[in-house]
Design a protein around this ligand. Sequence first.
Ligand SMILES: Nc1ncnc2c1ncn2[C@@H]1O[C@H](COP(=O)(O)OP(=O)(O)OP(=O)(O)O)[C@@H](O)[C@H]1O
Ligand SMILES: [Mg+2]
Length: 300
Amino acid sequence: MKSAKSQSGGKHAKGHTEQQNTAGQEASAYISDPDSPSIDSQSIGDGIIQDEVAVAAAEPEAKSQPKAKASLLPPYDGPVLEVRNVHRSFQTGSRIIHVLKGIDMEVNPQQLVMLKGRSGSGKTTLLNMLGGLDQPSSGDILFSGQPLQDWGDRKRTSLRRKEIGFIFQAYALMPLLSAWENVELSLRMADVPRSEWKDRVGHCLDLVGLSKRVKHRPFEMSGGEQQRVAIAKAIAHRPRLLLADEPTAELDSKMGAQVMSVFRNIIEVEQVTICMTTHDPTILEVADHVYEMADGRFIK
Ligand SMILES: Nc1ncnc2c1ncn2[C@@H]1O[C@H](COP(=O)(O)OP(=O)(O)OP(=O)(O)O)[C@@H](O)[C@H]1O
Ligand SMILES: [Mg+2]
């Protein structure tokens, strides 16, 4: 299988879609072959749905006993993310597109950091790098002090599963599963011991204010409720970092504000760090730090 770098050209349709796709493909790699690299040519949302269906359908007892979460990272007091002079180019046919042109940034623990900028400025491309879904053409990304580019595919995949949660614009929930089952699925995929599921799922749904909706399936919930289930799902395995690509874009302002207040709450309670993209100026107000992108660079 090709690496993320070598096969990315020509495949991009929309940044958001690309990220969803890659995350889904990662899960696919996980289920079918834990050692395989994370990207193949499967089409997008299908990836997530098929992979999660496979996990949901798998008989859990038939799997080997899940292992407790082992830390991949030595203790580190510095930033969760340090980005140094990151460039990313894509080759499409004979053309090389230079998308990220020297990005430097830092995301400190328990911060809410936002990326803003026009469509096409490179926000999703950068978010993909931060989550280890794609790799820079040059430059360094340190996750809790560890240079991701020095890690092999297997270790990076493991880092994503254990230490990072992803949230997308379009919720990415399994349509036939209840809120409870959707969150549980994320614990199963992260190999969290089954004995911990009940408490953890209950706690996460409580945190997002959905204790009364646990049996509802996505079509029985509002957009804001669905996004809050997606947040519960993304934090259930206790990731250090939450990456969210336009998580409020499909919500009205009231529901968007609810999602932001949930983000603030989980930063406190779960000590998670959040990096998200948005176009919404009212949402930018709750950020600890805003990076503005234009044409692959941050505007000072
Ligand atoms: N795999 C790829 N191959 C070729 N071009 C790509 C690829 N990924 C991204 N691009 C290009 O990089 C630029 C930035 O895309 P990106 O999705 O990061 O923008 P964005 O800021 O997230 O935009 P939006 O606000 O619309 O989501 C776009 O011009 C896009 O076409
Ligand atoms: Mg985008």
